[in-house]
Write a protein that binds this ligand. Structure first.
Ligand SMILES: Nc1ncnc2c1ncn2[C@@H]1O[C@H](COP(=O)(O)OP(=O)(O)OP(=O)(O)O)[C@@H](O)[C@H]1O
Length: 688
C-alpha cells in the first residue's frame, strides 16, 4: 500500500510544486488573455503595451530545466511578532520568481524578497526566526529529494548540505548558470548590499565573483526596479567570448534588460584598427593623460581681442573686450563642460547687450535675447574665442603634432613618454587613422570633457584588475551618479598596466568610498589543483590569501611529459571520455599547431564562448582568452610557453595562474620543456 500524500513529505512538496506550476500557468494565461483593445485606442500605446505583455509572458514561462522553487522556510513567528506566544509563523517556498494563486496568496516567493534572505543567511548561531530551512533536490526537473535544517533546535548538529555540495560538484556543460539555490552567506552580503554604495570584491579564481556580480544586478533590479529601469544597468566583461559565456545568467533570472559590454564597446567612438606596443599603451592609459587632454582642449579658449558689436535696426550695441573676458573667465571657473560653456556663451553675451538696451530705456524681452544670441556677430565672436572642438581630432593632433603635445604635457609627461605616444606614421584624418584601443579611451575622455557622459544607475565591472587608469575613468563616468560593483583578482592581472591596489583603482573610478570585500572560498578548482597553482602566488601577488577549495571531490591532477602535439591530443581524447566539457588551453602561439593536431585526430573543437554540444565538447582556448572561463576538464599545454608568451616573467606567471585555475574536476598539465621553477619548487614531479 502506498503512503497517503499527507504522511509523505516528499509527495506533499511535489503536490505544492504541481499546484505552483498550475498557478504560474494561470498567471500566464491571465496576461495572455488581456484584451488591449479595451484599454487603449491609441496604436502607439497599444504597441508598447503589447511588447510589455510579451515580455511579461516570457518572464512567466515555466522552464522545465529550472525548478520553480528550490527552498522552503518555516518561520517560527508571524512577521513583526518575533517571540509572540502561540502564533505560528508562515511558510514560504523560495524560487526564481514570484508565483501566486487565484486569491493572490503567494505560492512561491522571489529569492530576492526580504523574507527569502534567511534562506541564505540564517545559521545555527543566528537563526533569524527560522524554525526549518529545507533545500530541494531535483533530477531532470523532478523533485526527488529534500534536506532539512532545524536552525533553532540546539540538539541538531551543524552539517554540510549534501544538496549544496552536489550543486557545487555538478558537471559544467554549456554557458554559465545562476547560483540562486546555493548563494553562500558571504556572497549574499555582497549580492544584497545597498544600491547607494559601491562594492569592490577581491577574490581568487573560482570564488564566485562573476556569479555574485550578476546576482547583485538581479537583486538591485528587484529592489529598485523603477529607478534602475529609468537609469539603466550595465555589466562590463573583458571580451566578447566571456560575455557570451555569461549572457544567459540574467535572462534565466527573469532580467532581460541589462546591457553587457566590454570597455572597448563603451568607448567605440572610432574604428579601432591598430594596436600599441606595451610601453606606448602604458603612457596612453596613465591617468596623467586626462590632464594633458584637459589642457589641450582648453588651449582652444582664447582671450577676446576685440569688442563685440551687435547691430539691431539703426542701433549698435557694444560689449567691450574686458567684459567679454569676464564672462569667459566666469564660465571657465564654473567647471562646467567645455561644450555646455560654449553653448552658454552666446546667451551671456546677449545678456550683456540686453543690460545696455535697458539702460538706454528699451524694454527687450526673452525673444530679443534669443535673437541677439543668434546674431552673426555674436556667433562669430564665440567661434573665435570658444571654438567647437571635435574630440577625435583633438586626440589626433596630440598624437601627431609634437609641438602641440609638448605644449600641453609640459611638466606632466617626460620627453620619453611623449616620444612613446607620438605616432611614427602620422595619419591625415580621423577616418584614416589607425586608432588603437587606448586611443579610443583617450577620445572618450576628451568627449566627456566636452559633453557630460550619461551616467547609469549601476555598473558591474568584472575582471577589473586589467583596466588602465584611463579605462577606470571611462567606466567611472558611466556611473558618476550611480554605484558600482568592482570584481577582480590582483593575482590575475595580465596587462602591463594591471591594477596594483584596489584603493588606487577605486580612486581612478571615482569610487574611493567603496568597501573592499574578500572572497576566499573556491567553488571551481579542486584542492590539489588550487594548491599547485597557489605556489605561484608569492611570485605574482604576495600577500593575497590563497583560495580554499570547498569542493569535496578531489578531482584528479596529473603532470605528464608530452613530446608532441599528438600526445597532447591524446590527453584531450582521454578527458573527452568523461562527462562534461573539456578545455585545451595553450599559449596563443601554439594554438594553430594544436588545432591542426586535433583536426588530424578527427576531434572537432570550439572557440571560447561557443556553446558545447553533445557532439563537440572540446574547446581550444588561447591562454589570452582563458580568463573568467571554466571547463570540467582541462589539458594545459606547455606552461613554459604560456609564461614566455608574455612580455615579462611576472605577467607570464600570472597568465599561467589563470590557465591553471580553469578546471572544475580535473587537470592534466602536459609539457615537453621544463616547467617554470616557481611551480616545481615544492613537490617532486609525478612520473609520467
Ligand atoms: N555559491 C555557489 N554555489 C554554487 N556554485 C557556485 C557558487 N559560487 C560560485 N559558484 C560557481 O563557481 C564557479 C566559479 O564562479 P565564478 O566564475 O563566478 O568565479 P570568479 O571568482 O569570477 O572566477 P575567476 O576569477 O576565475 O573569473 C562558477 O561555476 C559558479 O557558478
Amino acid at each position: 500500500m502506498s503512503t497517503p500524500v499527507h504522511d509523505d513529505p516528499l509527495a506533499r512538496e511535489r503536490s505544492h510544486l504541481g499546484a505552483s506550476r498550475s498557478a504560474l500557468r494561470a498567471m500566464r494565461e491571465d496576461v495572455e488573455s488581456l484584451d488591449i483593445k479595451d484599454v487603449t485606442a491609441n496604436w502607439v500605446n497599444a504597441a508598447v503595451l503589447e511588447r510589455q505583455i510579451e515580455d511579461r509572458v516570457k518572464a512567466l514561462a515555466d522552464l522545465s530545466h529550472t525548478p520553480l522553487f528550490f527552498g522552503r522556510l518555516d518561520y517560527l513567528h508571524p512577521p513583526g511578532a518575533a517571540g509572540a506566544e502561540g502564533a505560528e509563523g508562515e511558510r514560504f517556498y523560495i524560487g526564481r520568481r514570484h508565483v501566486h494563486d487565484a486569491d493572490g496568496d503567494p505560492m512561491v516567493i522571489d529569492w530576492r524578497a526580504p523574507v527569502s534572505q534567511p534562506f541564505y543567511r540564517a545559521s545555527k548561531k543566528e537563526p533569524m526566526d527560522v524554525g526549518l530551512r529545507r533545500r530541494f533536490g531535483y533530477t531532470g526537473g523532478e523533485l526527488t529529494a529534500y534536506e532539512d535544517e532545524h536552525l533553532s533546535d540546539p540538539a541538531e548538529a551543524e552539517a554540510t548540505s549534501r544538496l549544496l555540495q552536489r550543486e557545487i560538484e555538478r558537471p559544467r556543460v554549456g554557458p554559465m548558470r545562476d547560483i540562486v539555490a546555493t548563494i553562500q552567506p558571504e556572497q549574499d552580503e555582497i549580492v544584497r548590499a545597498g544600491l547607494a554604495g559601491s562594492v569592490c570584491v577581491q577574490g581568487g579564481p573560482g570564488t564566485g565573483k562573476t556569479a555574485v556580480g550578476l546576482h547583485r544586478v538581479a537583486y538591485l533590479l528587484y529592489a529598485h526596479r523603477e529607478r534602475l529601469a529609468r537609469t539603466g544597468t550595465l555589466v562590463i566583461g573583458p571580451n566578447a567570448s566571456f560575455l557570451r559565456y555569461i549572457e544567459q545568467v540574467l535572462p534565466a533570472l527573469g532580467e532581460l534588460a541589462v546591457r553587457q559590454a566590454t570597455v572597448d564597446d563603451l568607448v567605440a567612438h572610432v574604428e579601432v584598427r591598430g594596436a600599441d606596443e606595451a610601453a606606448t599603451a602604458v603612457v596612453k592609459g596613465d591617468a596623467r593623460m586626462a590632464e594633458v587632454l584637459r589642457r589641450a582642449l582648453y588651449s582652444h579658449v582664447t582671450p577676446p581681442a576685440e569688442q563685440v558689436v551687435v547691430v539691431r535696426g539703426s542701433r549698435r550695441w557694444r560689449v567691450p573686450a574686458d567684459e567679454f573676458q569676464e564672462v569667459v573667465t566666469e564660465l571657465l571657473e564654473r567647471g562646467i563642460r567645455y561644450g555646455a560653456a560654449r553653448e552658454a556663451l552666446p546667451r551671456r553675451l546677449a545678456h550683456a547687450v540686453l543690460v545696455r538696451m535697458e539702460r538706454a530705456g528699451e524694454a527687450p524681452d526673452d525673444r530679443v535675447q534669443d535673437a541677439v544670441a543668434r546674431n552673426p556677430a555674436v556667433k562669430a565672436a564665440v567661434k573665435q574665442v570658444w571654438p567647437a572642438v571635435d574630440p577625435a581630432k583633438l586626440v589626433l593632433r596630440l598624437l601627431t603634432d609634437a609641438g602641440f603635445l609638448a605644449a600641453h604635457s609640459a611638466g606632466v609627461l617626460t620627453e620619453e613618454e611623449r616620444k612613446a605616444i607620438l605616432w611614427r606614421k602620422p595619419a591625415r584624418s580621423v577616418r584614416s587613422a589607425k586608432w588603437s584601443p587606448a586611443d579610443a579611451v583617450l577620445i572618450d575622455e576628451a568627449t566627456d570633457l566636452i559633453e557630460r557622459t550619461h551616467s547609469l544607475g549601476h555598473v558591474v565591472l568584472d575582471e577589473a584588475q586589467d583596466l588602465s587608469p584611463m579605462q577606470y575613468r571611462a567606466v567611472g563616468r558611466r556611473c558618476t551618479t550611480g554605484s558600482a560593483t568592482v570584481l577582480g583578482d590582483l593575482a590575475q592581472g595580465t596587462t602591463p598596466w594591471a591594477t596594483r591596489s584596489w584603493a588606487e583603482a577605486l580612486g581612478h573610478l571615482g569610487k574611493e568610498e567603496a568597501v573592499v570585500e574578500e572572497l576566499t572560498a573556491g567553488f571551481r578548482v579542486p584542492t590539489d589543483v588550487i594548491a599547485y597553482a597557489s605556489r605561484l602566488l608569492p611570485h605574482i601577488a604576495p600577500g593575497l590569501t590563497p583560495v580554499a577549495s570547498v569542493r569535496e571531490n578531489p578531482g584528479f591532477f596529473e603532470i605528464r611529459a608530452a613530446a608532441t602535439a599528438a600526445d597532447v591530443v591524446a590527453g584531450c581524447r582521454e578527458l573527452l571520455g568523461r562527462e562534461g566539457s573539456t578545455g585545451l588551453i595553450a599559449a596563443d602561439a601554439r594554438v594553430p599547431e594544436l588545432a591542426a593536431a586535433l583536426a588530424a585526430a578527427g576531434i572537432g573543437h570550439l572557440a571560447p564562448g561557443e556553446e558545447t554540444t553533445r557532439e563537440t565538447r572540446l574547446t581550444l582556448v588561447p591562454a589570452s582568452l582563458a580568463k573568467g572561463l571554466e571547463y570540467d576538464y582541462v589539458v594545459l599545454d606547455e606552461p613554459r610557453a604560456v609564461v614566455d608568451g608574455e612580455p615579462d616573467e611576472r605577467t607570464g606567471l600570472r597568465r599561467l595562474y589563470v590557465c591553471l585555475t580553469r578546471a572544475v574536476s580535473g587537470l592534466i598539465v602536459t609539457h615537453a620543456t621544463e616547467l617554470p621553477e616557481q611551480l616545481t619548487s615544492e613537490l617532486p614531479e609525478q612520473p609520467a
